[in-house]
Design a protein around this ligand. Sequence first.
Ligand SMILES: [Zn+2]
Ligand SMILES: [Zn+2]
Length: 141
Amino acid sequence: MATTAHDDLMALKLRIRAAGLKWTAARGAVLLALSDAERPLSHAELVELVAGQGFNRATVYRNLMDLTGGGLVARADMGDHVWRFEVKAADDPMHPHFMCTLCGVVSCLPETAVSMRTPALKAAVHRVDDVLLKGACAACA
Ligand SMILES: [Zn+2]
Ligand SMILES: [Zn+2]
């Protein structure tokens, strides 16, 4: 079902308040940009996205830290020493990521893209925090 921008904004406000954070325009802009992207974004990418709304690097960084601390956003280093941030849904299962080694873009893959429920894995591993595939994305091929 399609939701309007207004519904999205209301839902974001509720989520931010439920996490014990105060709603601010910058906080909302950062969370909205992240949820629109539907893939993990670096601090630099986010700064570019919200720069037009008048938020600077430091403001974006501070809000990313607050949102991460509040459990609304997940942060991961995909091995290139760049933190990337993505919206963390409460009912969202752990999903694999794909990094294009040519353009550096990281995308989210469906949970079923990589089988992580094999007996061999279960026997050797207690908990998987991240699965990262690397290669060339469709746009770079
Ligand atoms: Zn690429
Ligand atoms: Zn993801």
